[in-house]
Design a protein around this ligand. Structure first.
Ligand code: NDP
Length: 330
């Protein structure tokens, strides 16, 4: 038996409980993993609160990611004792996820944890940090270099934003961190931001084109924030868009694309092909300052997960939350 968080929806409203499950209740898969750590991402908060239809099947063990140690494997790439990390693939949405002592998954979904990243650090990074890395890689793929000019990051004090600021600064980029929380300015400068802007600079009614300000951007907000960011890109600027914290809509015009050659690069972490995942985790191992990661991470006890989740939806969580499940696994 192992502990697990379970979301059930017998009728109209869903309920969340902490319970015990047994291995024979787990879904099919060729690798059984003992979960060391999980985490809370924005999407987990949506799942746990029921604020959006993230969970597609009930009952569901939430948790879109986990790190741990392989217990049993019928997959050629993994053997018992291997340290692994999993992000996405519908885990915690359509398949039982990481907020449980054990998870059975497809071995094809697992990434071997790179040397230099512990199970705890892997979940301090979590899907938010891995997505931040995918965003940085998307900018690089489109030729963005530190010489091009300042990079703007929205939702900078959140999970994706905090890791993105740290990664870009470590790579030598000047970073303009956009936040709705003035009190987090010192935190963002400590992560490496060269300037901190109030979110209101990106929430006015978007104009087709605005004064050119940034060489590139990473956006976690969508909606008006992304529309304004696009309108303020320099000629041939690139925006990596990954989130919807402000909304799903995009009230923009084509002007930045057809008059300034701006590129809008979409970033999805869930179905991202394995070679890109491996590259992202390798770059996290080489680029991310683990001392900074520790500073942006708070540990929340497993039992408190249901109470913490709603704070995400208020935009009140700073940095990353890590959840120890079986931390003695190391
Ligand atoms: P967090 O809640 O940790 O961070 C989101 C941040 O966005 C907040 O901290 C806040 O930062 C800012 N924010 C909140 N509300 C608004 C608003 N109305 N307008 C503008 N900014 C706002 O979430 P994560 O960092 O984990 O995730 C960020 C987004 O990225 C989410 O929408 C999530 O679903 C998405 N995501 C997408 C992935 C993908 O595969 N495409 C993978 C991972 C995440 P501040 O106070 O500093 O302004």
């Amino acid at each position: 038996m192992f502990k697990a968080i379970l979301i059930e929806k017998p009728e109209e409203t869903q309920s969340v409980s902490i319970t015990e499950l047994s291995e024979d209740q787990l879904p099919e898969g060729d690798v059984l993993v003992d979960v060391a750590y999980s985490t809370l991402n924005y999407k987990d908060a949506l799942a746990l609160t029921g604020a959006a239809p993230v969970v597609r099947r009930f009952p569901m063990v939430p948790g879109i990611d986990f790190s741990g140690v392989v217990a049993e494997s019928n997959h050629p790439d993994f053997k018992p004792g291997d340290r692994v990390v999993l992000n996405g693939w519908g885990v915690g949405e359509t398949r039982w996820g990481g907020l449980a002592g054990c998870a059975r998954v497809k071995g094809d979904w697992l990434v071997p944890l790179p040397e230099g990243i512990s199970s705890k650090q892997a979940m301090a990074i979590g899907t938010a940090g891995y997505t931040a890395m995918l965003c940085v890689l998307a900018l690089e793929r489109h030729g963005v270099t530190p010489e091009a000019g300042e990079i703007v990051v929205s939702g900078a004090a959140g999970g994706v934003g905090s890791v993105a600021v740290a990664l870009l600064a470590a790579r030598g980029f000047d970073v303009a961190a956009v936040t709705g929380r003035e009190a987090e300015a010192a935190y963002l400068r400590d992560l490496g931001a060269s300037s901190v802007l109030d979110r209101s600079e990106l929430t006015g009614k978007p104009r087709p084109l605005n004064k050119e300000r940034w060489a590139a951007g990473i956006d976690v907000a969508g909606s008006t924030v992304l529309a304004n960011m696009l309108s303020m890109m320099k000629y041939r600027g690139v925006v990596a868009a990954c989130g919807l914290a402000a909304g799903m809509d995009l009230p923009a015009s084509v002007a930045p694309f057809i008059l300034r050659g701006v590129t809008l690069a979409g970033v999805d972490s869930v179905m991202c092909p394995k070679p890109d995942r491996l590259a992202a985790w390798q770059r996290l191992a080489s680029d991310l300052d683990m001392a900074k990661l520790e500073k942006i991470t708070v540990e929340v006890p497993f039992e408190e997960v249901p109470q913490i989740a709603p704070k995400f939806l208020d935009g009140a969580v700073r940095g990353r939350i890590v959840v120890p499940v079986t931390p003695e696994l190391g």
